[in-house]
Ligand binder design. Structure first.
Ligand SMILES: [Zn+2]
Length: 485
């Protein structure tokens, strides 16, 4: 959907990411999705009086490496606050979160897209714990119309990192591109599995619109908890259209929290500003400040892996790959490493074509990924060089590849063993071409009269006669020579 003419949307995103720790944020209970309800609980995450939280160091580490990868400063000192509100899935009646002193501050990422890219500022990223989960009993499991609700505390106390962007996004498509890149980055860092369906990555969008060419900010609304990229993009588009329609009618936008229903495409209000909570933040007295050792932070910075977007950028710059090739080959890390090894020993573009195309197609039939198959990067590079020196035509190379995948033999060995190499004996090719011209006088005559595409006819005949072992380019040259065309 395109933006209504004369208007400019202003969009910021808040993302909640469930950190991939083994245990919860403030206690030793295991984190495990889909287990029997209330089997991973203790006095701390059930909020028994007097239970004391202890901060999970791994959650801090994951927050720091995320911040570093997003170009943030790591605060020398950050603290936890209690965010007070009552909700049935929050048994303490407050949530431990970071308020005015978050752990990661002020980053920036460049989002890479097929037509270039755009920058997005990162305002902050802070640590907090997740609430428990309400399970609604009723006709369809939804809150509306439920006959009753139960609470599952397995999720209560799950470590979350909330990442907040600057309002730098201008379209729903940009929001989607940013989130996709963020997800790839977080996965590569091992920060989270970012499974949106299971709720380990959830996005809210703050949306406002303004007249094109103006710089002020309109009243924003917040679209909550979108659990797929597609719904997020559709929800933002629907909200932009709703706001523009109201403003063009002379109305005003109300600051409120909204829910987008992907099935009906409708937006409805969850709560308005008048009902907004007064969280009465105050410092959490049971936790000390987070003061990460600077040497540790620098060690984490030095150990950051190359994330997919940086890999793509490098391949486009250094290997001359297209955005599309770079995107497909950059994830997962095993595939990226595999391709990189082939490209180091063969022409990078041929390497990209073979890994993306024939190799994956053949291995899919075998139910294998390239890096777990019998075809090593060295094998594939050798195969590509056999095409380059005309030992193999492309169809023969595909045959050889199938044999390598089945046996793990080196391509050159397969060529020798099976006699699959192209016919390199010039005399043999000349004899073949002369015989074909003699056998097909009508076609040869048309070729002499200028019907050039009949070269292809003779090449096809030659390939058929040799079981694909004739060098098609050389056959073409010989046909032209012998017919004087
Ligand atoms: Zn616990």
């Amino acid at each position: 959907m395109s933006t209504p003419t004369g208007w400019e949307p202003v969009i910021g995103i808040e993302i909640h990411v469930q950190l991939a720790t083994r245990t919860k944020m403030f206690c030793g209970c295991a984190l495990s999705f889909g287990d029997r309800p209330n089997t991973h609980t203790c006095p701390v995450c059930l909020a028994h009086p007097g239970a004391l939280p202890v901060l999970n160091r791994e959650a801090v580490r994951l927050a720091i490496i995320t911040g570093l990868a997003l170009g943030c400063d790591i605060a020398p000192r950050s603290e936890f606050h209690r965010k007070n509100y009552f909700y049935p899935d929050l048994s303490k009646a407050y949530q431990i979160s970071q308020y005015d002193e978050p752990i990661c501050i002020g980053g920036r990422v460049e989002v890479l897209t097929p037509d270039g890219g755009f920058p997005v500022g990162i305002t902050r990223a802070h640590l907090e714990e997740d609430a428990a989960k309400l399970v609604h009993a009723g006709a369809d499991g939804r809150r509306a119309g439920a006959q009753g609700s139960s609470v599952d505390f397995n999720r209560g106390g799950t470590p979350l990192l909330e990442i907040v962007t600057e309002p730098d996004l201008r379209t729903a498509a940009q929001a989607g591109a940013f989130l996709r890149q963020l997800r790839a980055t977080l996965r590569a860092l091992g920060v989270s599995d970012c499974n949106m369906e299971e709720g380990s990555m959830r996005a809210d969008a703050n949306v406002s619109v303004r007249r094109a060419g103006t710089t002020g900010l309109g009243t924003k609304t917040e679209l909550k908890n979108m659990n797929s990229f597609r719904f997020l993009e559709r929800g933002i588009d629907a909200e932009i259209a709703r706001q523009v329609a109201i403003l063009e009618d002379g109305g005003e936008i109300e600051q409120e929290t909204l829910h987008f229903d992907p099935e009906s495409g409708d937006i409805h209000s969850l709560r308005s500003k008048e009902e907004a909570h007064d969280y009465r933040y105050f410092p959490e007295p049971d936790l000390v400040d987070v003061v990460p050792d600077r040497a540790w932070v620098e060690e984490l910075r030095a150990g950051l892996p190359e994330v997919p977007v940086d890999r793509r950028r490098r391949w486009m710059d250094e290997l001359g790959l297209s955005y599309d090739d770079a995107e497909v080959l950059s994830e997962p890390a095993e595939l990226a490493a595999y391709f990189e090894e082939v490209a180091a020993a063969a022409d990078p573009q041929s390497a990209a074509n073979w890994v993306r195309g024939e190799l994956r197609a053949q291995l899919r039939e075998r139910g294998q990924e390239p890096w777990e198959s019998a075809v090593t990067p060295a094998h594939l590079a050798e195969l590509i060089s056999l095409i380059g020196d005309r030992t193999l035509s492309v169809p023969l190379a595909k045959e050889v590849l199938a044999e390598v995948a089945a046996t793990g033999s080196a391509p050159r060995a397969v060529v020798e063993e099976k006699g699959l190499g192209q016919i390199s004996d010039e005399g043999e090719l000349v004899a073949l071409v002369e015989r074909l011209i003699a056998d097909n006088p009508a076609q040869a005559q048309q070729l002499r009269e200028g019907k050039d595409k009949l070269v292809g006819f003779f090449v096809g005949q030659a390939m058929k006669a040799t079981g694909g072992r004739a060098d098609p380019a050389r056959v073409g040259e010989l046909v032209r020579e012998r017919t004087g065309s």
